[in-house]
Design a protein around this ligand. Structure first.
Ligand code: DLL
Length: 435
């Protein structure tokens, strides 16, 4: 029997969902037009006024918003309520130039936590569960989001944050945790560490895992399910739209239900912006219709997926999205952190190197590795090995500052990185991330 956290809306008729979305959209458009100059300018440029938006059928009239708008508006340019009404910020990874800051009112936090609670209940979680949250706590949304959802469900919450695997395992075993929330790669790593201790999937109390924030395959799901002895479920979200819980898997494990009472989803052709019919593969666009502090109208996520309203055996009527199948930009997710090649290039140029570099990513023992090969400027080629090692160390330290994760830097002789006649191949990603 399927469980629901907010049954009425999770199983509402399509008619009810559409009516609610229309009503909320009209209100939201007025809210942002009146309170956010940035939106007012965008809408004026497009020649659309709040009165032109009478329901979801008019959504297509609104301009798109992209990450570059969020960067342009950093930090307060898209804030739609007085700052004194905000109680929290979260932020995407990356430093200068790429950081995006999202604001929350108390009500925004409540609704976000409800979304995460829906995800926990959908996999079978109840107040009898002990929920180990091993997503990072801090600016990243994973830890706080699932923590809030777990509280709402009434689970005993273990706010572990990520890392310190020995301690994770000790708490998991001593306190008999039943739900594990973390990135799929961290789940796989925990599984492997248990295996090294001679423990199998039967030697813990875990029942369910709620894993997301990065792409993962069905093969990885099977592997995690076996090593941890659990059912593993996907969860999706992004900082810009609150964090995890925008969409979540139910017992069917065949895609994620989108919380349509809070987010209107569209699929567009990433090249033309044309709205595509249900069932088409394209870029996912979200309009947040209940957010007060940081509402987004038609935000281009750059995630490529397919939407489907096929009947789901769990009884939920909320539309489903497939796992993201890729991105329409060059963003990489490495160890759960969003990384753009341009950030690496910025560091290289600032440190006096040429933009001849190649980024190599792999997944070894379930952990992502990041290696950056950089050509030495010709005048430095004759430096001693010791000098070169020091330079590699200094460059790696700058990259860590910029990216928030560590990278191995290898300085290579001039002219050894393959030149390209077309687009330079900057990234070699050896991981298998999609089915
Ligand atoms: O990753 C929020 C989150 C936390 C989701 C915990 C799930 C669990 P960002 O750091 O802003 O937010 O990264 C958002 O990560 O646009 C996708 O490309 C990717 N992503 C998120 N969830 C999934 C998933 C959080 N389940 C970006 N599968 C998104 C594949 C995912 N990619």
């Amino acid at each position: 029997m399927a469980n629901y956290y907010q049954k009425e809306i999770e199983t509402a008729s399509l008619e009810t969902i559409k009516a609610l979305q229309s009503e909320r959209l009209v209100k939201q458009v007025k809210h942002v037009y009146e309170n956010v100059e940035y939106y007012r300018n965008l809408m004026d440029e497009q020649g659309v006024k709040p009165d032109d938006i009478k329901g979801i059928e008019d959504l297509h009239k609104l301009p798109f918003l992209s990450k570059s708008d969020l960067r342009d508006a950093y930090p307060y340019g898209l804030l739609a309520v007085p700052l004194k009404d905000c109680v929290r910020i979260h932020s995407t990874s990356g430093t200068t130039g790429t950081r995006v800051v999202a604001f929350y009112t108390q009500n925004d936090i409540e609704l976000w936590e409800d979304c995460c609670a829906r995800a926990i209940v959908a996999v079978g979680g109840t107040k009898d569960d002990i929920c180990q949250v091993a997503y990072g706590y801090g600016l990243f949304t994973g830890g706080f989001g699932l923590n809030g959802g777990s509280h709402k469900v009434g689970c005993l919450t273990l706010p572990m944050s990520s890392g310190n695997t020995d301690r994770q395992i000790q708490f998991m075993q001593d306190l008999n945790a039943t739900i594990l929330c973390c990135t799929p790669s961290y789940a796989a790593y925990i599984g492997e560490s248990l295996h090294e201790l001679g423990l199998t999937g039967d030697d813990n109390s875990l029942k369910y895992g709620i894993f997301g924030a990065e792409p993962w395959t069905e093969a990885m799901r099977k592997d995690i399910e076996k090593t941890l002895g659990i059912k593993a479920y996907d969860i999706y979200g992004l900082t810009e739209t609150s964090g995890p819980g925008v969409a979540y898997e139910c017992c069917e494990q065949t895609g994620m239900h989108i919380n349509e009472d809070h987010f209107i989803a569209e699929i567009i052709d990433p090249d033309t912006g044309e709205v595509l019919p249900e069932g088409s593969k394209g870029e996912l666009v979200f309009t947040s219709i209940t957010k007060e502090a940081f509402p987004l109208l038609r935000y281009r996520t750059r995630d490529i997926c397919v939407l489907s309203r096929e009947k789901c055996s769990c009884g939920r009527t909320l539309i489903k999205m497939t796992k993201p199948m890729g991105r329409s930009d060059d963003m990489l997710i490495i160890r759960g952190v969003n990384v753009f090649p341009s950030q690496i290039e910025t560091v290289l140029l600032a440190e006096g190197y040429t933009p001849n570099y190649q980024i190599e990513i792999d997944r070894i023992n379930n952990t992502d590795t990041l290696d950056v090969n950089v050509e030495l400027p010709p005048e430095q080629f004759s430096d001693t090995v010791k000098d070169i090692m020091e330079k590699e160390k200094a460059l790696a330290a700058e990259m860590q500052k910029m990216l928030g994760i560590s990278a191995k830097v290898h300085l290579v002789p001039p002219k050894t990185i393959q030149r390209s006649e077309g687009k330079a191949v900057r990234v070699v990603d050896k991981r298998k991330l999609h089915d």
